[in-house]
Every structure is written in structure tokens, then in C-alpha cells.
Design a protein around this ligand. Structure first.
Ligand code: SAM
Ligand code: SF4
Ligand code: F3S
Length: 536
């Protein structure tokens, strides 16, 4: 058997020879086929859920082509790096591995490295080879479905062998971005042919809209992923139905801005009750077009034979405050499967900073939205993203962000220091908050949020909550927040899962509980997690 040599791609490299074939004993030669062993692959995924979902599709395509998954990057013959470019640090993680990858390649000349994800853009194609010298093939996010074909692994008749048509490009700011034009159809084909290697048996992602039409001045995503392209409504509902049939209990609809789902789809009579015009930013006429509220209602209505919700937990991420409409809040409140949790990035607590960020809302309008959400969905847990040290952010501006955290009392905050990104409008503004000051503000914010998170979690003490158990944890993982728990009883394991409010909950129980929804009484609360016991 010979290892199938992958082609040398895109970046010219010295010719290398395949691994020598192993000679078969003469007595067995009639049984030896000329099959070539396909490379074992490893996908290294950085970044957000969108990337994790894309990686499931790439892994599924490679498995469908006959490749096996390698246990580690070091034991793979094909490494796929799915990159994130949101901050410089995410890109440095990959740049920092180039030396190790080059050494692996020196030891195994058959090894091929593919890089994809948000670091690969239409505007930086020329520089990539220099920046990432160990990489053989660069694929933009819109080219990911071509992975198998571009590696020469597609069978003449199988998936991945068909032409996808030429990519299209659109101007975003001063730059050119590839559009996600072909991704909705590629996704439908991958789902239809069972080519999505889902990483969990309980949770699943469904991408519903690709790209981003917003113009947040700090953000690279519109340049990496191009303008918004929604998937057809029925394709999404069909994918949800298939997940329900397969027993998935927690489904998350994905997009950079899921709330603007559908604005680019044609109107249809069945969506006649969807009405709206967006007047902020790019003006949109939404009358008669599918929207996320209709999507939530359609997925919520998928039932089991005994009249239960076929998918008991439905989530969506990420929501931009612009497009969080009252019909969407109503759908969240009325659909029993929609979880009582919303991630609603605020980014900053000062209007001048928000304006410079291009966020198109004020602190006042954001707080009004939070009030409407809390009135419609009592007990909803809210999480957010914050950037500290954005261009021109003064101490007083930053203090107003802390005030906002005190007012909203988020359940969790994902905060990061501003990192200027190439081609974004903010890259042309002075990055005038010194690094030490960014770090100080980040630390101050995290300390405040730790107090708030602890207070919020203590409100759960003594309450019963539904937990979808999804992992077995090592014994030590309960010994957090200064609390040391007694060891699990014989036959019991340290388990963890999430409640509908997306709180991490630790409990002890039997292995069989993994994948089950159980009732847990909360007995201990830390800033980042709850601990409880199974109730009858
Ligand atoms: N679409 C989401 C929204 O509307 O806020 C955000 C998605 S973005 C992939 C995730 C988070 O990364 C953002 O909410 C922001 O806080 C952070 N982020 C984006 N660009 C950044 C930058 N240049 N520096 C630091 N953080 C950044
Ligand atoms: Fe980036 Fe803004 Fe789009 Fe979110 S909405 S992905 S922060 S440009
Ligand atoms: Fe990163 Fe791209 Fe997601 S930049 S956060 S992987 S959309």
C-alpha cells in the first residue's frame, strides 16, 4: 500500500517523493490491490463557533473522501488550520507554530498543510506565503468546500468533484472581499449527503447567514467573510428536522449577525406578516421576507409523535442590537424551545466610543432593549462582548463601560483589549491607549465582572434547574472557586452540562447521564459556574 501523495499546491515547493511502498510477500501478491492510502488529517480550529461549524464541514468532506482522522496534529499527513483574525494574538498563535510545522514537514515530506479561515482574505493573498511559510494551500472561507477537490482527493463522481462556479467579489470599504455566494448551496449538499462531521451528539450548529454587512470600524470579519448571504429558509428547517431525527437536543443558529437573517432573500406570500424597514445603516425593505423570528417559530414547531418539542433547546448567536426587533423578542418569549439566554454584544458603555466604533446604537437605546428583553423573558441571562482601549477611549469613557456593567449586571462578559486589524477603518485611527493602560482597564473590568457574575450566580442557590449533561470531567474540576468537594461516590463521575440559561453546572452522576436532561438543585455558586446535585 502506498501513501497517496498529495499534490504540491499553490506555493511552489521542491519536489518530494512519496513514502516507499511496502513490498508484499510473494504468496500474497494476488491479493494486493493498487489502492493508495489516503492521508490522515487533523483540523486545528481557532476562533468562534462559525469556524467550529466550518471545521465540522471540512472534516466531514475529508471523511467522506475516505481519509481518517489523526489523533494529533503531529501524527497527521494533512493538517488543516482554520484560522481566526479577530485580534493579532489569534494570528500570532498560528505564526508561532510555523517553525514546528516546518520541522514536521522536514521529517515527513508527504505532510501537507492547508490554511483557511478568516486570516485568508482576498486582499492579502500575495502576503500569505511569506507570513505562513509552512503552508501549502490557502483557502478563503468561501473556498472551504473546495478543500477535497483542491487536494486531488475527490473521486471523479463523488462529492467535491463538481465545479462550483467562479467566486464573486464585492467591494467592502476600500478593499475587495470574496462573497459567500456559493456557501448556502454547498451547505445544503453537505447536509444532504451526510458530510458534516458534528463534534457533539447533543449540541449542533446550523449556519443560517454567512458574512456581515455591518461596518464596525474595528472589525475584520466583513473583509474576511464578505457581505451577508442568507441560506434558504426551507434548507435551514430541513437541517433542523434532520438534527431532531438524530436526537440533537440543543441547536444553535449561527451567523455573525443572525438577526438580519433573510433581508437578502426574495419576499414570499407565506411571510406576508413580516413587515419592516430598517432605517439605520443600509436601508432595507423587509416586507414579506423570511426573518429569524419566522425561523425560530418554524423550528420550534417541529414536534415529536407525543407532542413534545423535537428540539427542546434552540439558541442563536450572534445578535447585533440594531436588528433585535420586537417580533424577534416576541418569538423568543413565545417559543418554548428558545432558551432564556441572549448574547448581546455592547462593546462599550459610552456613546462617543460607540459612534467611533460604528455600532449605530446609544447606551440609552441598548438599555431600553435590555429592559424589553427582561420584561418579555423573565429570568433571561444576558452575556456580552466588550472591547477596552479602543482608539480615543479616555478613563472617563472606560468608567462609563464599568457603569454599564453595573447597570445591566450581565451573567458573563467576554472582554478583550482593542487590537488594530489591517484594512479596517480603525486601523487608520491613532491606537492611542498604551498597552499597559489597555491591560489595566481589562483587569479592572474582569474584576468587576467577577463580582457581578458571582452575585448573579448566587441567585441560583437552592433553585432547581434543568441541565443537559454533556461531559465527564476529571475529578479536580469541581475544586474551584475555593471550594473543595468531597470525592464522587463509587460509581459516580464528575459531570458537567449547561442549563437553558447557558450556565455551566457541575454535578456528580453516572456515565449514562451524559446526553440526558436532568433536574439539578444548585448548592454552590462561583463566578463562572454552579455546582449542584441531582434531584429525584
Ligand atoms: N457580530 C458580533 C457583534 O455584533 O458584536 C461580534 C462577532 S466578533 C467575531 C466577536 C467579538 O470580537 C466582538 O464582539 C468584539 O468584541 C471582538 N473584536 C472584534 N474586533 C476586535 C478587535 N479589533 N480588537 C479586539 N476585539 C475585537
Ligand atoms: Fe464584526 Fe460588527 Fe459584523 Fe460583529 S457586527 S462581525 S463586530 S462588523
Ligand atoms: Fe475569528 Fe473569523 Fe470568527 S475572525 S471570531 S473566526 S468570524
Amino acid at each position: 500500500m502506498t501513501l497517496r501523495q498529495l499534490p504540491v499546491l499553490d506555493v511552489p515547493r521542491p519536489a518530494v517523493s512519496a513514502r516507499p511502498p511496502t513490498a508484499a510477500p510473494a504468496s500474497l501478491t494476488e491479493f494486493v490491490t493498487d489502492d493508495l492510502a489516503l492521508p490522515r488529517f487533523h483540523v486545528w480550529t481557532l476562533g468562534c463557533q462559525m469556524n467550529k461549524s466550518d471545521s465540522e464541514e471540512m472534516a466531514g468532506a475529508l471523511l467522506a473522501a475516505g481519509c481518517a482522522e489523526a489523533a494529533s496534529l503531529e501524527s497527521a499527513e494533512l493538517i488543516v488550520i482554520n484560522t481566526c483574525a479577530i485580534r493579532e494574538a489569534a494570528e500570532h498563535k498560528v505564526i508561532g507554530r510555523m517553525g514546528a510545522l516546518s520541522r514536521l514537514k522536514a521529517g515527513n515530506p508527504a505532510l501537507r498543510v492547508v490554511m483557511t479561515g478568516c486570516s485568508v482574505r482576498a486582499d492579502n493573498a500575495a502576503a500569505l506565503g511569506r507570513r505562513y511559510p509552512a503552508v501549502d494551500l490557502f483557502l478563503r472561507p468561501d473556498e472551504e468546500p473546495e478543500l477535497v477537490a483542491r487536494l486531488g482527493l475527490a473521486s471523479p463522481t463523488g462529492p467535491g468533484s463538481l465545479g462550483r462556479g467562479a467566486p464573486s467579489y464585492q467591494r467592502v470599504g476600500r478593499s475587495l472581499a470574496a462573497t459567500a455566494e456559493r456557501l448556502p448551496a454547498d451547505r445544503a449538499a453537505a447536509v444532504g449527503e451526510g458530510r458534516v462531521a458534528r463534534s457533539s451528539l447533543t449540541h449542533a450548529w446550523i449556519p443560517i447567514i454567512y458574512g456581515c454587512d455591518k461596518t464596525c470600524t474595528y472589525c475584520i470579519v466583513p473583509f474576511s467573510r464578505g457581505p451577508e448571504r442568507s441560506r434558504p429558509f426551507d434548507d435551514i428547517v430541513e437541517e433542523a428536522r434532520a438534527l431532531a431525527r438524530a436526537g440533537y437536543q440543543d441547536v444553535t443558529l449561527l451567523g455573525q449577525n443572525v438577526n438580519s437573517y433573510g433581508h437578502d432573500l426574495p419576499p414570499e406570500p407565506r411571510f406576508a406578516d413580516v413587515r419592516g424597514k430598517r432605517t439605520l445603516g443600509r436601508r432595507l425593505d423587509l416586507d414579506g421576507k423570511p426573518d429569524i423570528a419566522a425561523l425560530l417559530r418554524a423550528i420550534d414547531s417541529i414536534g415529536t409523535a407525543d407532542g413534545e418539542r423535537a428540539i427542546p433547546r434552540l439558541r442563536f448567536i450572534t445578535s447585533h442590537p440594531w436588528d433585535l426587533t420586537d417580533p424577534l423578542i416576541a418569538a423568543m418569549a413565545e417559543c418554548a424551545s428558545v432558551c432564556e439566554h441572549l448574547h448581546l454584544p455592547v462593546q462599550a458603555g459610552d456613546d462617543a466610543v460607540l459612534r467611533r466604533m460604528g455600532r449605530q446604537y446609544t447606551v440609552e437605546s441598548y438599555l431600553a432593549l435590555v429592559e424589553r428583553l427582561r420584561a418579555a423573558i423573565p429570568g433571561i441571562s444576558l452575556t456580552t462582548d466588550v472591547i477596552v482601549g479602543f482608539c480615543g477611549e479616555t478613563d472617563a469613557h472606560f468608567e462609563r463601560t464599568l457603569d454599564l456593567l453595573r447597570t445591566v449586571r450581565y451573567d458573563q462578559v467576554f472582554a478583550a483589549a482593542f487590537s488594530p486589524r489591517p484594512v479596517t477603518p480603525a486601523a487608520r485611527l491613532p491606537d492611542d491607549v498604551p498597552l499597559a493602560e489597555k491591560k489595566r482597564r481589562l483587569q479592572a473590568l474582569l474584576e468587576l465582572q467577577e463580582e457581578i457574575g458571582l452575585e448573579r450566580n448566587r441567585e441560583w442557590m437552592g433553585r432547581s434547574t434543568e441541565v443537559l449533561v454533556d461531559e465527564v470531567r476529571p475529578q479536580r474540576s469541581h475544586e474551584h472557586d475555593g471550594e473543595t468537594r468531597s470525592p464522587a461516590k463509587p460509581g459516580q463521575l464528575r459531570l458537567a452540562g449547561r442549563n437553558r440559561e447557558n450556565k455551566l453546572v457541575h454535578l456528580d452522576g453516572a456515565q449514562e447521564l451524559v446526553g440526558a436532561r436532568v433536574r439539578v438543585r444548585v448548592e454552590h455558586a462561583g463566578p463562572y459556574a454552579l455546582v449542584g446535585s441531582l434531584t429525584a
